[in-house]
Structure formats: structure tokens, C-alpha cells
Design a protein around this ligand. Structure first.
Ligand SMILES: Nc1ncnc2c1ncn2[C@@H]1O[C@H](COP(=O)(O)OP(=O)(O)O)[C@@H](O)[C@H]1O
Ligand SMILES: [Mg+2]
Length: 388
């Protein structure tokens, strides 16, 4: 099995890993151009800038922000501007002090993780930047999680801090990334700094776009000629149900692993089908882990009531939700909030909730499961809820 002469399809499997950032993000040229335009004053006049990247899972927000920051830093190096950047995932670090601590750690890896207030840590960060005459881009990924949990205070402080001039220079720029619009989570002062015109949208990828993304990554990851166009197309087609490039790349890696298990030296559509079947179990799992309790209860309700049917309507989902809440001893949320929960699941690409088309009376919403069998989903959500 470890025999180096075994014909692995992989040329460089690292290029399929989570944090690999391709040199070029195909079909994100517009977003990249907007970022470059916005950040020109940072380079030309030492001003700070803010941007908000908004789009659902797997639309390339994180990758684009990283590519942009790397390119900006490199450009700076060539033009005698010291620029650096750091990205903090606010889902993993969802208190204000742990977010700012990670930024401070960028310059002082051994900085103590207790004993300093946020204001003190900001001052320390400022000193580090002044010393280096450096401009720093701080990317707060999944910023909505921080804003919801801790409020807008830190973002406000960082924007104020960014605008304070020292020697005529501004030291910090901020990029917020979120799945949802976050302007209503910001306080008035930061909301005005984060102008709506600084919002950059990341739409779901179409089939054709995913095809290019998959083809690009297959070329990096696999030996020449190992994966045919038909297999590339099928990966794109599977992922296009979600518009999610992360899913596409996960499947791509699995196809390679299946091909290697068989030792056949090439990737066929059969491997894609196999990979899809495996991926559906893990992708939903990884999405389910991130849900909060009421989103999970909503999903459980939908899974239960849609079993054996093509779709259900909002009232059906809502009454099943109330039953599920009773069962798990939770107070059920009111109608509008319940609607919000369903929209969350739709945004995450776990269910589809759309206004009804022809053939169904009234303006009701039609709720569907995308491609996961209802039974499988019900079992998984139940496991997670029971394990809480
Ligand atoms: N336009 C693109 N070109 C190449 N790879 C992409 C593109 N968009 C996303 N990806 C890849 O898809 C995966 C998910 O992208 P990511 O930036 O994490 O999405 P998001 O942050 O919006 O959830 C990453 O591996 C990323 O490299
Ligand atoms: Mg991301």
C-alpha cells in the first residue's frame, strides 16, 4: 500500500486542503477588483479602509479575502509600503478579547492570554504597528457570530482605532466577512463607517463557474490526464445544487481517494458518484454542527414532515416545529422568528424555502430538502440534539 510505484492519481493533494489558497480565484475577478479599488487609498495615502464581504457558504469569501491580503502585502513590499494582515475566525473565537488577542499574537506569539483589557491590547497592537510603520488589515471571518454574541463594541473600537492618525497615517483596516447582511448588527457609528457601498456580494456559483473551479483544482491536484472532462462536469453538477465550491472540492478529493483505493490510476464518473454518496453524509454533518438549537429543531421538524413527500408548506413545518420544541423542552419561537430560522437553513443550503410556484394555492412557501434523504437527516439531527 505504501509502495511508491503504486499509481496514485494525486500529484499534490495539499491543493485540496481547507486552507490552500489558489493563486487565482476564477470567477471572483469582480469582487477582487472592488477590493483593490477600495484599498487604493491605503496604498496611496495611508488611509484606512473597511469592507464587508457577504455571501453564503462556499462562495469563496474566505479564500478571496486571503488572496487579496496576500497580493496587497506583496504589492506593498514592491512599493515600500509595509502592509501585513491577519484573519480571525470569529466562530472559533467568539469573545471580543479572544479575537483581539489573536491579532496581538500576530506580533507577540507568547502574549499572555489573561490579564489585559481590550483597550490595553489595542494599545499594545498600536505600538507594534507604529514601531514597524506598518498598516494592518484585520479580517474578521464569520463576523456575524461575534456581533450577535458580543455586540458591536469591538468592531466599533477597531474602526475608531483605524481612523486615528499617528504621524498622518492610519494603521488599521478592517474586512468583515459574513453569510448574512450585518449592517443591522452594527451600531450606528460603525454602520456609517462601514458604508453600504463597501459591501461586496458573493453569489452562489453556477454550474459553469463550478466547472472552471473544479477543473482548475483538478489540474493542480491530479496528474495530467487522470481525470476526464465528464468526471469534472459531474462534480460541478453535484455541487451546483448548493452553489458551493467547498463541497465541490471535498468531492474532488474523495474521488481521488476512491480511485486510489481501487488502484486504477484514473478518475471516472463512478468515483464521483461514490464520492457524492460519502460526501452527503459528511457535508450535512459539518453544516449541522454549526447550527444553534432552534435551527436544529426546525430542521428536525422539516425532516420529519417531508418524509415521503416532495415538499411541505410553512404551516406544516411550523406545527412539526412546535411538537419538536415540546419534545426537547424548549419554548417555541413565534411565527416571524420561526420564519427566520427557516431562512437560515435555506441560506446555509440545507433546505430550500421558496415562494410557491404554479399549482399550489396562495402565497405559501414550499420547503424542500435538497438531496439528503429525509430519514438520514432526521437521524443525524436527532443524534446531535440528543448529544447536546
Ligand atoms: N473562485 C474560486 N476559485 C477557486 N477556488 C475557489 C473559488 N471559490 C472558492 N474556492 C475554494 O472553495 C473552498 C471554499 O471557499 P471559501 O473561501 O472557504 O468559501 P466561504 O468562505 O465563502 O465559505 C476553498 O477551498 C476555496 O479555495
Ligand atoms: Mg469562509
Amino acid at each position: 500500500m505504501w509502495d511508491a510505484t503504486g499509481k496514485s492519481v494525486f500529484k499534490d493533494q495539499r491543493t485540496l486542503s481547507f486552507d490552500y489558497v489558489p493563486q487565482k480565484l476564477v470567477h471572483r475577478e469582480e469582487q477582487m477588483k472592488r477590493l483593490i479599488m477600495l484599498f487604493r487609498p491605503v496604498l496611496s495615502s495611508d488611509f484606512s479602509q473597511n469592507a464587508v464581504l457577504i455571501g453564503s457558504v462556499g462562495t469563496g469569501k474566505t479564500a478571496t479575502s486571503k488572496r487579496f491580503c496576500m497580493d496587497l502585502k506583496e504589492y506593498g513590499e514592491k512599493h515600500q509600503k509595509t502592509i501585513d494582515w491577519t484573519i480571525v475566525n470569529c466562530r472559533q473565537r467568539n469573545s471580543e478579547s479572544s479575537v483581539i488577542l489573536q491579532v496581538v499574537n500576530h506580533f507577540q506569539p507568547n502574549f499572555p492570554d489573561r490579564g489585559f483589557s481590550i483597550t490595553e491590547m489595542l494599545q499594545i497592537l498600536r505600538k507594534d504597528l507604529e514601531k514597524r510603520k506598518m498598516h494592518m488589515v484585520i479580517v474578521l471571518d464569520e463576523a456575524d457570530v461575534l456581533l450577535k454574541k458580543a455586540g458591536p463594541d469591538l468592531v466599533y473600537k477597531l474602526t475608531r482605532f483605524g481612523e486615528e492618525k499617528v504621524d498622518g497615517r492610519e494603521y488599521i483596516s478592517l474586512v468583515l466577512i459574513s453569510q448574512k447582511n450585518i449592517f443591522d448588527l452594527l451600531d450606528a457609528a460603525s454602520a456609517s463607517t462601514f458604508k453600504r457601498t463597501n459591501a461586496i456580494e458573493f453569489g452562489k456559483y453556477t454550474y459553469d463557474e463550478l466547472k472552471d473551479i473544479v477543473a482548475q483544482r483538478a489540474e493542480l491536484a491530479f496528474h495530467d490526464g487522470v481525470m476526464g472532462d465528464d468526471a469534472v462536469d459531474l462534480v460541478a453538477e453535484v455541487a451546483s445544487e448548493w452553489g458551493d465550491a467547498r463541497f465541490a472540492i471535498e468531492i474532488l478529493e474523495k474521488t481521488g481517494m476512491l480511485a486510489d483505493e481501487e488502484g486504477v490510476g484514473s478518475i471516472s464518473v463512478e468515483h464521483v458518484r461514490g464520492a457524492k454518496a460519502e460526501a452527503y453524509s459528511s457535508i450535512t454533518e459539518s453544516k449541522l454542527i454549526d447550527l444553534d438549537r432552534h435551527q436544529r429543531l426546525t430542521l428536525l421538524a422539516i425532516a420529519r414532515s417531508v418524509k415521503g413527500k416532495a415538499f411541505i408548506t410553512t404551516p406544516e413545518a411550523e406545527s412539526a416545529y412546535k411538537v419538536a420544541c415540546e419534545e426537547y423542552e424548549e419554548k417555541s419561537r413565534a411565527h416571524t422568528a420561526f420564519w427566520g430560522l427557516m431562512k437560515d437553513l435555506d441560506t446555509l443550503g440545507i433546505v430550500s424555502a421558496k415562494k410557491s410556484g404554479p399549482g399550489i394555492s396562495g402565497k405559501t412557501t414550499v420547503i424542500k430538502l435538497l438531496d439528503i434523504p429525509a430519514k438520514v437527516l432526521e437521524r443525524k439531527v436527532t443524534q446531535i440534539l440528543d448529544g447536546e
